[in-house]
Design a protein around this ligand. Sequence first.
Ligand code: 6R9
Length: 652
Amino acid sequence: MSNESLANLLKEERRFAPPAELAAAANVTAEAYEQAKADRLGFWAEQARRLSWETAPTETLDWSNPPFAKWFADGKLNVAYNCVDRHVENGNGDRVAIHFEGEPGDTRSITYAELQREVSKAANALIELGVETGDRVAIYLPMIPEAVIAMLACARIGAPHSLVFGGFSADALATRIHDADARVVITADGGYRRGKPSALKPAVDEALTRPGTENVRSVLVVRRTGQEDVAWTEGRDVWWHEIVERQSEAHTPEAFDAEHPLFILYTSGTTGKPKGILHTTGGYLTQVSYTHHAVFDLKPETDVFWCTADVGWVTGHSYIVYGPLSNGATEVLYEGTPDTPHQGRWWEIVQKYGVTILYTAPTAIRACMKWGDDIPAKFDLSSLRVLGSVGEPINPEAWVWYRKHIGADRTPVVDTWWQTETGGIMISPLPGVTETKPGSAQVALPGIAATVVDDDANEVPDGSGGYLVLTEPWPSMLRTIWGDDQRYLDTYWSRFENRYFAGDGAKKDEDGDIWLLGRVDDVMLVSGHNISTTEVESALVSHPKVAEAAVVGATDPQTTQAICAFVILRGGVDAEDAGLVEELRAHVGKQLGPIAKPKRILPVAELPKTRSGKIMRRLLRDVAENRTLGDVTTLTDSSVMDLIQAKLPAAG
Ligand code: 6R9
């Protein structure tokens, strides 16, 4: 980024100290940073002892062939044993692992002892279907307990899973089945979405007609909706309840090498074919277990944890399945959307189960801001004690709203930065240690090394912006891109020598705290200045009439790019108000300086989002530049783009 970078114009003065009571009993104190600094590998070796190893590792990191890392390579363990059996053996078999809440209101609470039986039966069923250690299993399921059980069953027998989000099309599913060369697909007849059953099995049937999927020999089908006749391929399709129910409840887990593949998870990215991110066993489980313990301060005996992500995303893998269950947590699993059947559904669930730790995404927080403060106010949210955010930069105003209206102005908010590739949380405050700043992920966790560099790979001074890089290997790092080592090198390790390039813009403030500024592809160039989309969006969201904003740079003959903003107004604000656009432009000018004033501002009803809730600025850029839209397949709802395009002629 150029020296004229505007990356430090947004000033945020608010500070929130950790609650004294939480700090006094916190799982992790400031000492952890010192300890990790003095002996980083020793620190991770100690965290690895959180797990039960059949053969304890004597080696911590093998970095003899960078950037191909091996962690704890001579250790052996079983992930499912660590997430399930050992809690039963430790006398916690009666503790609830999962409180499942179906969208239609059906519920199921599963204890660790029950989970052990279910996972063992499912593992035995996979073995009966001929699944062997190392075979890949594709999982295409709604948010039901069988998704967690299926993942753990695969881990138990050493068959790497590849989850494909249930909202993806047959095409997307076929591409991923092909790339991973999956042998079995686990799916369901359907799931519930927005009050209606929605079929899944037809997409599997269609995907399996595509070339490259011929090696799939079995399709295991969970009956979830039971609504309609399900097309059936004899000899290939098997009902879950028929094969799993008749299995033995006993299965002896085998220990695998620490570097045995645990899962492949595809990230879409903006261009090219999806990348199959490969994670392995010992290092991954060490980091997700430690970070879940440290960042959320989980007390397994008393806390009720709820991560609202879908298991099909990395957040679900690491903080619904492997982190919480390795720590013996009690957690909520919710099938549906936040506004079905009403906009208070989440808060009703928090009240019902006494949720103490909530982990969600900025997109959901901004939707709740838009729906109004009065909705969460109707529920008893007093059980909450830690709130987390992940997925996008959280605008300071959304952060403050979250703390105030969900956390009663009392709970710490931890903004956690990480990626599918990093496997676990990397940059985040610690709730009992860090004085938090709205909008900043702040500091690398103990044992993690992150910094911000300029174009020439020089570390920037405090108060400047550049690119986020990770400077030391970490236990839950991706090991490669499945089947494509060269692409692993090119994508992450070629931009800066010996440093992992995350693809995100970032700045360090005067205290050295890190602020994430969005994907580098989204940074705008206006009259020679680099301007971060995140900062202009945050300035807009800090206006009391705006709930959510997406900003893009559109080609402009005078200024290279011109800032174009799409805004969602808060409930009750009149979009036709003649003075509104000028009022918002003036507000951004005041917050960030005149150069950051958007040239155009368009109030819209919705923004284009990926299925994991990230704003797709690329499509908005197409609109702002009057181009035909690019690939919309990862969009949640493509009608959103028609509505936005219909608005455009009115802009000026
Ligand atoms: C966990 C997850 C990764 C990208 C990442 C960044 C953005 C995630 C963030 C954040 C700012 C945060 N991102 N957390 N940006 N602050 N706290 O979301 O993984 O789906 O792979 O996305 O998400 O741009 O590079 P993934």
